[in-house]
Design a protein around this ligand. Sequence first.
Ligand code: AMP
Ligand code: GLY
Length: 425
Amino acid sequence: MKVLVVGGGGREHALIKKIKESEKVNSVACCPGNGGISYDAECYNVSATDIGGVVNLAKEIKADFVVVAPDDPLVAGMVDALNAEGFKTFGPTANAAIIEGSKVFSKNLMLKYNIPTADYRVFENPKDVIAYLEEKNEFPAVIKADGLALGKGVIIPETLDEAVAGVKEIMEDKIFGESGNHVVVEEFLTGPEVSVLAFTDGKCVKPMVSSMDHKRALDGDKGLNTGGMGTISPNPYYTEEVAKECMEKIFIPTIDAMNKEGRTFKGCLYFGLMITPKGPKVIEYNCRFGDPETQVVLPRLKTDIMDIFEAINNETLSELDIEWYDEACACVIMASGGYPKSYLKGVEITGLTDGQLDGVTVYHAGTAVKDGRLVTSGGRVLGVTALGNTLEDALKKSYSAVDKIKFENAHYRKDIGQKALNIKK
Ligand code: AMP
Ligand code: GLY
């Protein structure tokens, strides 16, 4: 099989390395890919959001299977376009991807089908939002732009002034464009967060091993929200008891709800959960693999990933037994100093090939090859990942490798996994 992967970050690199392990696959292509991915797959300069361009590329290279990884092409209907041309695909169609594409849709779905989530109200007028927050006078408040916003559409103001400024940016200045036409104001929940990615063919749902993201830029969960600064798997807060409750009250009801709405979801459904004192609740749904969750989940997958993708495509997932390795996995993101704001690009990365540790895999996110040298090209640059018999062991290996990799102004968190280690003590 020839497999085409659409996207160009660390998540796509992890997908490609796993797909290459499949006995069914003899070549992998990627668009647009990145510097590191170009060592593992044939990269084509077609943007991940260019639906016509990707369909043409799939035809040109005669792809047998196309995996669409990022949220925006899924929400825009890339899978629909590929299916219409007869391609086998992995990823939801647009009418199902709306579960991530619109927070108003997902909140209304959860309310209608009694799926536990934070209480909320929807607004289309900035004045009404402010009047509501003023009257309620409960902070922190949670305000979310309706549509896609590069993972940055959520603000958690501590004061009314902060809320007013945030609402202005989202709804009047339109910093996320049309995504800010509506906002959802939510009840502020507390508790540890767990990410669960799940395979589903619309008939059954098979959760993958759990993980924990670290979203803030700085140690101790300080600083700005980012796409994710590191991950670990498993997540110790996701006990068997919690998993059982999530299956009964969240995972199966969500799949059923989407079917009842005529929006059958096939692909990877990402449940962003908070384990509150009143039980697990959904913080968000994503219609795709998480980044950097994928980087710690897929290394633990034992079953051939193409068997899973084909079973989902054929709607025979219930017949497949998906197996996982018991080892723990940790991923430390090395970012460009200044991320998620402004940062340098084009600086050389060294130490990647020399003296690397056994069992460490470096997934590339923002890298490019320029004149034969590997350079930075984005905010999140590398995901330094290791498996270990214990979480401690995996973290030790990742951080030893991080120490050897150098680029100007590199920034990484030094406390990935610490919270999980502390609760185990
Ligand atoms: P999201 O982009 O929806 O994952 O939100 C980003 C982060 O904001 C989440 O990972 C949570 O840490 C936080 N968050 C979102 N919704 C809530 C909520 N209702 N209560 C408390 N924190 C929240
Ligand atoms: N790591 C969070 C996300 O992929 O949205």
